[in-house]
Design a protein. Structure first.
Length: 136
């Protein structure tokens, strides 16, 4: 299934599929457009579920924070790859949930993963702001 949001394909599905293929070689994970699939799992990453909102949330928070631009650029240089990595972990976790604990998928997808994602990003922002205000 091809989405109208190619960001789900190359920024989410492809990296998550790459990680899963190396972490779980027996699953023979493949990626096609926005789908991460194997013989046991088909995980579709739909628009709105690709995690891009947190990229924008981080950018907005860092740009709005009263800090020197050099500190903001450092925050973005560290934070954006962190969001990317957390998103890959989130999708890989959803794949494993579907594979091993399918009855838990709605709970993990709808509540646990988003809450953990936002909490970890919030922790990063808290640490970044504390270090930024201490050094200025």
């Amino acid at each position: 299934m091809k989405t109208q949001a190619p960001i789900a394909d190359w920024l989410v599905a492809a990296p998550a599929g790459w990680v899963l293929a190396r972490a779980l070689p027996d699953d023979r994970v493949a990626v096609h457009a926005n789908e991460v699939r194997s013989a046991r799992v088909q995980l579709n990453i739909l628009p709105g579920c690709e995690g891009t909102e947190l990229f924008f949330l981080l950018i907005a928070g860092i740009v709005a924070f009263p800090a020197p631009w050099s500190a903001r650029l450092v925050g973005l240089a560290i934070g954006l790859p962190l969001v990317f990595a957390l998103n890959v972990v989130r999708v890989a976790s959803l794949y494993i949930t579907v594979r091993d604990f399918p009855t838990w998928f709605e709970l993990v997808h709808g509540y646990i993963a988003p809450t953990a994602f936002v909490a970890l990003l919030g922790l990063f922002f808290l640490v970044w702001t504390a270090r930024t205000t201490r050094s200025t």
